[in-house]
Design a protein around this ligand. Structure first.
Ligand code: COI
Length: 366
């Protein structure tokens, strides 16, 4: 039986002033501003080889003191999660499918040879951090407090083996639209030079290395006027995998909704699985299957594919306006509206913010 850890509290003696906080909350952007506190839990492997979590605490947000030989700085032994906290009309704060994030953190932990964190400690870390920084939860349309749990190998040791000292932390950041400004369809760049993941690799894990490996392709996307990059599986008929930081869906004229199947390379997106459930409940024929870049191109040309959209915790649901590739492009016929995408987005945000009944028990009060 795991012992439930109690969080000790060390409150910041230099929190941002109410004026500074209000200025940030008026236009939070994404990932630029951080709250006054952080949650931390330490892990250590003892001499007898047994390991355990201890010293759960809330402490002031600030730089991490770390040995320059810490394993994470050399071998990238790191995993993370992303989820959001929403303030409802009565002032209560809720998070969405946090158990799914706790489970995925542990799947990632197993792949990166990091210790698993008990689900109750994961949820409690969010609860304690949000209690300390409740004033930071934004309430604007489509806004929320983005919670970023992460785990890093802190042991100072240069041999290549799983670290014996690890730190689990959560930081929080008020968030609006991931791309800034009003929600608009995004342009996607097709990377035919880089892969995101391969068979037996870390594609399914939410680890920093996957995102670091996407950045050269992301630079290419930006140089071509696009906001995200799409990765294909070149060894599987150019099957569509995912974007640099989000999953992808296609709406067909016949009422089906298609998303790439979870083939071991693709992140098990919590928003992805929520979209699948919401769409099935609407009677859409949801297909998790292989979809190639040729099927997208031909499907749009023939009028069979009517929408494409990206989804993720940060992106929520964002229509894809166009796909650009070297020498050709696919325009989405409903680039401006993305009717199905926007309707599912509205339902999802409605559940998250308390405007639509949570009949599936997806919300947890923090
Ligand atoms: C999220 O959607 O929470 C992610 O981790 C993706 C990242 C690109 C912000």
């Amino acid at each position: 039986m795991t012992e439930t850890l109690e969080f000790t509290q060390q409150r910041s003696d230099r929190p941002k002033s109410a004026e500074e906080r209000a200025a940030i909350l008026a236009n939070p952007g994404f990932g630029k501003h951080f709250t006054d506190h952080t949650a931390v839990v330490d892990y250590k492997v003892d001499a007898d080889g047994s390991g355990g979590w201890s010293n759960a605490r809330i402490e002031p947000y600030g730089p991490i003191m770390m040995d320059p030989a810490a394993a994470v700085l050399h071998y990238g032994q790191e995993i993370f999660e992303g989820l959001k906290a929403y303030q409802h009309d009565d002032g209560s704060v809720w998070t969405f499918r946090a158990e799914a994030n706790a489970a995925r953190l542990n799947t990632s932990a197993r792949r990166l040879a990091l210790p698993e964190l008990p689900e109750e400690t994961f949820i409690e870390s969010l609860r304690q951090l949000v209690a300390a920084d409740k004033a930071w939860v934004p309430t604007g349309d489509g806004e929320a407090l983005y919670l970023r749990p992460f785990m890093i190998a802190t042991e100072a040791f240069l041999g290549v083996r799983p670290a014996h000292e690890v730190s689990y932390r959560v930081i929080a950041s008020p968030a609006g639209n991931y791309w800034g400004g009003e929600l608009k369809p995004v342009s996607i760049w097709l990377s035919d030079r880089y892969s995101r993941a391969g068979e037996g690799g870390t594609g399914e894990a939410k680890c920093g290395g996957n995102y670091a490996a996407s950045l050269a392709a992301q630079l290419e996307a930006e140089a071509n006027g696009c906001q995200q990059v799409l990765f294909l599986d070149k060894f599987n008929d150019n099957a569509i995998e995912e974007l640099g930081g989000m999953n992808v869906f296609f709406v067909f004229k016949d009422g089906s909704l298609v998303t790439p199947e979870l083939n071991g390379h693709i992140l098990h997106g919590v928003t992805r699985s929520s979209v699948i459930e919401l769409a099935k409940d609407r009677g859409l024929d949801v297909q998790e299957r292989k979809i190639t870049i040729d099927e997208w191109r031909d499907g749009v040309a023939a009028g069979d594919i009517t929408e494409a959209f990206a989804c993720g915790t940060a992106a929520v649901i964002t229509p894809i306006g166009e796909l650009k590739a070297d020498g050709w492009s696919i325009a989405s016929p409903s680039a401006g509206s993305g009717e199905v995408a926007m309707s599912i987005r509205q339902e999802l945000l409605g559940i998250q913010t308390g405007a639509v009944e949570d009949s599936r028990g997806w919300l947890t009060r923090l």
